[in-house]
Design a protein around this ligand. Structure first.
Ligand SMILES: CC(C)(COP(=O)(O)OP(=O)(O)OC[C@H]1O[C@@H](n2cnc3c(N)ncnc32)[C@H](O)[C@@H]1OP(=O)(O)O)[C@@H](O)C(=O)NCCC(=O)NCCS
Length: 297
């Protein structure tokens, strides 16, 4: 498609107007109201595809650090869809991000988005890793502070100390536990050439909690562990992170996040254990590839 030019452009007002007026996903599209948020962060790059000089499609890339980019907000002008524009845009972004030193690229779509699912599978052969939104908004009755789980404070582990090294090694081993633990029969590397056993009594499950985009909510970024019972114990204690006035303000404050299907934490939320639940039917299908390797079947 010679008349199509794919490039990283500025978040300029003309493009903003084009997004508000036509390059969107209908009247209820969230993108126009979030445009300034994208614009205000230097971590976002706005990629566009112009057809004969006129903006036809956009897709943003977020620099996550460590050579990883996450793509968001793909839109093609509805009047010219199904002409290969999104396919060309993604392929162009893949090449450009690779040339800028990125190594890994990821993006996601919902299980309800047939056009996007088709595009990703038919054009690029990408595989989906399914996640589902899970949350709780109720504290356990009379909950004390965490009694089993330990809340790690990075400030208590000064860089360069042996204590920090030991903790980080143990955490990494736990993150890897689904396959690594089984393959090594419970061993992990201590220092190169030496190995030690994983001690479940010290560390059985790990959760990584982050802030939500907005508001007071806590985001569940990772929950994994060596057994279903350990994860269940941790999920129960995560509810104590809700402010003490819960459940008076139920549904305003919550701990929530996408959890992967097949994980203990997801199974627990999907089964509505301990007030965890999945409010949405749709799945979030995440896919990724090595930058520069995207094929176009
Ligand atoms: C999804 C979207 C970006 C596709 O843009 P596009 O420029 O039309 O995509 P392409 O022309 O490159 O389509 C490539 C392939 O995607 C699939 N596809 C695209 N639209 C489709 C549709 N309406 N139904 C079924 N498959 C579709 C097809 O496999 C198509 O290949 P084909 O035309 O050779 O059969 C566009 O429909 C859009 O802007 N949708 C609204 C916003 C959105 O859902 N964005 C994605 C958020 S994750």
């Amino acid at each position: 498609m010679d008349e199509l030019r794919v490039y990283a452009g500025a978040f300029d007002d003309d493009l903003k107007a084009a997004v508000r007026e036509k390059i969107n996903d209908g009247e209820k599209d969230w993108l126009p109201s979030y445009w300034d948020m994208f614009k205000s962060s230097p971590a976002w790059t706005c990629y566009r595809a112009d057809l004969r000089g006129v903006p036809a499609a956009i897709f943003m890339a977020y620099d996550q650090g460590r050579g990883e980019a996450f793509l968001n907000a793909l839109r093609t002008d509805p009047a010219i869809r199904r002409g290969g524009i999104a396919t060309s845009l993604i392929r162009g972004m893949d090449k450009d991000l690779a040339s800028k030193g990125f190594t890994d690229i990821r993006m996601a779509t919902t299980s309800a988005n047939e056009p996007m699912k088709n595009l990703c599978q038919a054009k690029f052969g990408l595989e989906f890793v399914p996640f589902r939104w899970c949350q709780t908004s109720e504290r356990p009755m009379n909950a004390p502070v965490m009694t089993h789980a330990v809340k790690l404070d990075p400030a208590m582990m000064p860089a360069g100390t042996a204590e920090r090294e030991k903790t980080l090694r143990a955490l990494w081993a736990l993150v890897q536990s689904s396959d690594y633990y089984a393959a090594t029969k419970g061993m992990m590397m201590d220092v190169p050439g030496q190995f030690k056993s994983l001690n479940e009594a010290e560390l059985e499950a790990l959760a990584i909690i982050g802030p939500d985009w907005e508001g007071p909510n806590l985001c569940l970024c990772f929950v994994g562990g060596s057994s279903q019972s350990a994860v269940r114990l941790l999920m129960g204690e995560l509810r104590t992170l809700l402010p003490t006035e819960q459940p008076d303000k139920a549904k305003k404050v919550e701990v929530s996040g996408y959890l992967p299907l097949g994980s203990h934490s997801y199974e627990m939320a999907a089964s509505k254990v301990d007030t965890w639940y999945c409010p949405r039917e749709t799945l979030e299908l995440v896919m990724g590839w090595k930058a520069g390797s995207l094929n176009a079947a």
